[in-house]
Design a protein around this ligand. Structure first.
Ligand code: ADP
Ligand code: MG
Ligand code: MG
Length: 209
């Protein structure tokens, strides 16, 4: 598909929510290795709240849709990742209030502005072993493909995030709970980075179906 109208984008984020709720055990396992075993619980709670909000259309713009998702995450999740993922969606939607369709260019703006907002709020840089390590390459891939049909861009963006997740295995954490583990975090991927990949993968699957 070239792009998604607002109703299709809403349905896509419902599917993303289902995917995140279904990933609860996987994400909790990842957080058990280098955190406090609650990442899957938080994300599942957050996207259950998103699912409830998205049952009430219509949304007037891509920005309104993303803002609604971010607010639901912020209100329901708590923890470091509630602020981080809420900020990703709210910050990412801030300059998309005139957009009536999700295009590849709008996707690039969402991920770039979301990344900037997350970094402004939490201070994580690339290589700190956080979700930024998946989001940053995803945003770069989205910018590189901003002229392509969404159905071609999104799978590449999701793949860039997946490679970013894999690279977190070799990183010592400088942010979040895993910071105190030092070298014991080596060999384990960052759970928040895995969530970024799962969100983008579910988006890619929706547009490719
Ligand atoms: P908590 O650490 O409060 O238990 P979660 O387990 O739900 O929260 O989320 C942990 C994830 O949050 C980490 O894997 C990391 O990706 C992300 N995270 C933590 N702090 C930051 C930060 N300052 N910037 C970006 N991401 C962060
Ligand atoms: Mg945790
Ligand atoms: Mg916690």
């Amino acid at each position: 598909r070239e792009q998604l109208d607002l109703e299709s984008a809403r349905v896509m984020f419902l599917r993303v929510s289902d995917a995140m709720v279904a990933s609860k055990d996987l994400l909790t396992e990842l957080d058990r290795a280098i955190g406090d075993s609650d990442h899957g619980i938080g994300m599942a709670r957050g996207f259950e709240a998103v699912r409830r909000e998205l049952e009430r259309p219509p949304f007037g713009s891509v920005g309104a849709l993303l803002h609604c998702i971010g607010t639901a995450l912020l209100r329901s999740m708590g923890g470091a990742s509630g602020a981080v993922f809420g900020t990703l969606f709210r910050g990412g939607g801030a300059r998309l209030h005139d957009e009536r369709a999700l295009t590849s260019a709008a996707l690039a703006r969402f991920l770039e502005d979301g990344l900037e907002a997350v970094q402004a709020r939490g201070g994580a840089r690339t290589g700190d072993k956080t979700m930024v390590d998946a989001l940053e390459p995803a945003a770069r891939a989205a910018r590189a493909r901003a002229g392509e049909p969404l159905a071609r861009a999104l799978p590449a963006v999701a793949e860039a995030a997946r490679l970013g997740v894999e690279r977190t295995r070799d990183l010592v954490a400088r942010m979040g709970k895993a910071r105190t583990l030092g070298e014991r975090a080596l060999g384990h991927v960052d759970p928040g980075a895995a969530s970024v990949h799962l969100i983008l993968r579910a988006m890619a699957e929706f547009v490719s179906a």
